[in-house]
Design a protein around this ligand. Sequence first.
Ligand code: AMP
Length: 397
Amino acid sequence: MKTIKDLDIDGKRVFIRCDFNVPKDEFGNITDDRRIREALATIRYCIDRECKIVLASHYERPQPGKYEERFSLKPVAKRLHTLLKIKNEILMAEDVVGEDAKSKAASLESGDILLLENLRYEAGETSNDESFAKELASFADVYINDAFGACHRKHASIDAITRYFDQEHKAAGFLMAKEINFFSKMLEEPIRPFVAVVGGSKVSGKLQAMIKLVDKVDKIIIGGGMAFTFLKALGYEVGNSLVEDDLLAEAEEIMQKAKARGVKFYLPVDVVAAAEFSENTTVKYLPVQEIPEGWMGLDIGPASIRLFREALNDAKTIIWNGPMGVYEMDRYSKGSTMMSNIIAQTHATTVVGGGDTADVVNRAGDIDEMTFVSTGGGASLKLLEGERLPGVVALQA
Ligand code: AMP
């Protein structure tokens, strides 16, 4: 894959598609700026080459055409300025491809940075509209895609825009290249034992990735809500726990395939169960064989944590995607926190994918202990499924 280093960008106008879709709290404060920090390498590279820089990103899902302040990228411009430690302000456009953006882009000097407003304020972004893409493309001579977290989507700033740049004028940014290289290297030549830890709410979202992983890994550890579909497929009574009845056959098939390939398959042996989906209720620590009717498993229990620790002991490569329980509630967060601690303490190459999982690792204070924490949940899952990302395909077309 061609990267920004392969292009001649000196003094040119460069459009960088970033993924600044960062989490914010109820006061609008950015709670985790990792995606902004990870974009710095490419931006600094352009500053050093005296480029005129136009940055663009989506932020959450505003209604197109409606400029609501809570979806504005203004807080990102401020944080970016702080992180870059540069004297000049980051210019913030009031719109995406409107008058303000155009006049600010036209007056950029070498080394200046302009951030366009939330791409999704424009309907053309998600519909991959050609004319919107053309307007975006008119901002620059060179197009760089550094938005790994968004490149599994065929949107105008990811896909259609690339048609307006030839091979000498478009490439991946450093973050994008790092993410893709890391995942492909890990999947192609993992150091074994290679263990996948998969959790989260549902089997459905990760089914394809799991089918692929069974072919590659030595062990699979399942936690979170999705474990109950597997447990039910094995004949356990799981009460009111999250179950996808329409996927019982697929769950069974994955377990059969694992068995046939000699892949060790681990499910929770105990759970933290409650009668309702709430923190303010009685909880019981129970073996999976004893979940009472009407109760639901909301976290893995201490015996499962011990079992999973044993299974991870000899791992040399670990990929983790999906929390072990409803980690957003303190009461059901221990399984995920402990899993984070265990993985962080191994001597394995550790790769974390998925926004929720990165959040768990962050809360557990383990982020610096992991080998690699991906900035893209959906995109990293697509890579695990063995698919080529539309954003990467578009760069090579
Ligand atoms: P996903 O987006 O599929 O990775 O799922 C993440 C979500 O799964 C988190 O919001 C968790 O609260 C949720 N989750 C994890 N374990 C359970 C469980 N046992 N029951 C219900 N939801 C769960």
